[in-house]
Design a binder for this molecule. Sequence first.
Ligand SMILES: CC(C)(COP(=O)(O)OP(=O)(O)OC[C@H]1O[C@@H](n2cnc3c(N)ncnc32)[C@H](O)[C@@H]1OP(=O)(O)O)[C@@H](O)C(=O)NCCC(=O)NCCS
Length: 159
Amino acid sequence: MPDMLVRLWKLDYAALRQKTAEIERTGGVRIVRPLSPDFVRVRAFIQKEFGDGWASEAEASLYHDPVGCFIAVDAKNQLIGFACCNATCKGFFGPTGVVKKRRGEGIGSALLWRCMEALWEQDFAYAVIGGAGPVEYYSKSVGATVIEDSSPGIYSRRF
Ligand SMILES: CC(C)(COP(=O)(O)OP(=O)(O)OC[C@H]1O[C@@H](n2cnc3c(N)ncnc32)[C@H](O)[C@@H]1OP(=O)(O)O)[C@@H](O)C(=O)NCCC(=O)NCCS
């Protein structure tokens, strides 16, 4: 899986915020940066739904300043998705995931856009999507392009 490059300077954040508000309104969802009292719950959700590796990466992003994790919460205050930035490397996006029954409603894109804006606010001009699985999805949602010779990339250091 290759890494992908996002041109943060090229994104229209005002337009993305409007699209996010529409996704939130339609789906009865809130995209928020979690507060520390919820960190244990956020980690447990990611571990249960997506496994140890992603929970571990997300945990790193939770304890950064500013917090590099965003979550999607439904009308019943249940966690339904998450996305991280600055987790494994500075300027990196990922991991991210939305529970199966809520996919295809724009929630993953809204989480991704929020992370892109967070990186932009931290003076990154580009973001790297680390080990991008759904390449077409990232290309469509944020105009990301595949970085040549980027696989296995930083993840080759894993044991
Ligand atoms: C990737 C993911 C977070 C997207 O979340 P989502 O809420 O379904 O995304 P959105 O609703 O904003 O966007 C869905 C669009 O992306 C497309 N898409 C989603 N996964 C895709 C994939 N693997 N390949 C190609 N396109 C994909 C959908 O077809 C849809 O396209 P449409 O808008 O034309 O209908 C979600 O599918 C997921 O949790 N996948 C499993 C975990 C994963 O692969 N994470 C990414 C690791 S880098």
